[in-house]
Design a protein around this ligand. Structure first.
Ligand SMILES: [Zn+2]
Ligand SMILES: [Zn+2]
Ligand SMILES: [Zn+2]
Length: 207
């Protein structure tokens, strides 16, 4: 019985024939022999996406052309990210690559690209500055890492429209506070004046 166990590769569930015996007396197949250091490694590190402390072996190794950041992401989060990126890729001509998204995450240092609030890398969401539905691409120049709050607020609008509406809302709040506007009529008048002041655009559509 014990002998049977001894003749099995140390790697759980491995069915390959044993080829090597290490100094500790553990047996290994040819495939896992080369990976034994990683398999036996009990050191841990925190994943930059889920924040969980995991064994080093539970982290991805970067593929060719992938950034070193990959090694800071646990396998579970990598799989989850990969699926997410594939979904985004379907809607555009070119795919949103892991490299593009990880570079955006690294650059953000956990801060929202729009409001600059620190939310942590794991809480940043994929943002197409020009939505794919409006002809935007998955190119790095069109990708931002933003907080959920900004993402919900922006919705499917392009960045200029969203920024204009955010500015208009802020101005309106300022009007209300400083001028003590309270009734619907005076607020409505303020919106109209604001719209005329800003090239006649109708901001009520955006708010
Ligand atoms: Zn094996
Ligand atoms: Zn993770
Ligand atoms: Zn934000």
């Amino acid at each position: 019985m014990d002998e049977e166990k001894f003749r099995r590769c140390y790697k759980e569930d491995c069915k390959h024939p044993v080829k090597h015996l290490d100094e500790q007396g553990l047996s290994w197949c040819g495939h896992h022999w080369r990976r034994r250091e990683k398999i036996l490694d009990t050191s841990t590190k925190a994943c930059i996406i889920c924040g969980k402390e995991k064994l080093s072996k539970d982290f991805k190794s970067p593929k060719i052309n992938e950034p070193a950041t990959v090694s800071k992401i646990c396998k579970d989060c990598y799989t989850w990210l990969d699926v997410k990126l594939r979904t985004h890729s379907k809607r555009a001509d070119t795919p949103l690559t892991m490299t593009t998204w990880l570079e955006a995450l690294e650059q953000s240092e956990g801060n929202c690209d729009y409001c600059k609030t620190f939310v942590g890398i794991g809480n940043l969401t994929i943002e197409h500055m020009t939505p794919i539905s409006k002809g935007g691409s998955n190119d790095k120049s069109n990708i931002a890492a933003i907080c959920r709050s900004c993402n919900t607020s922006k919705g499917g609008r392009d960045i200029e429209t969203w920024q204009r509406s955010t500015e208009a809302t802020q101005l309106l709040i300022g009007f209300q506070e400083h001028l003590g506007l309270s009734s619907f009529e005076t607020i409505n008048l303020a919106i109209k004046q604001l719209a005329i002041a800003m090239n006649g655009a109708d901001y009520r559509k955006e708010m």
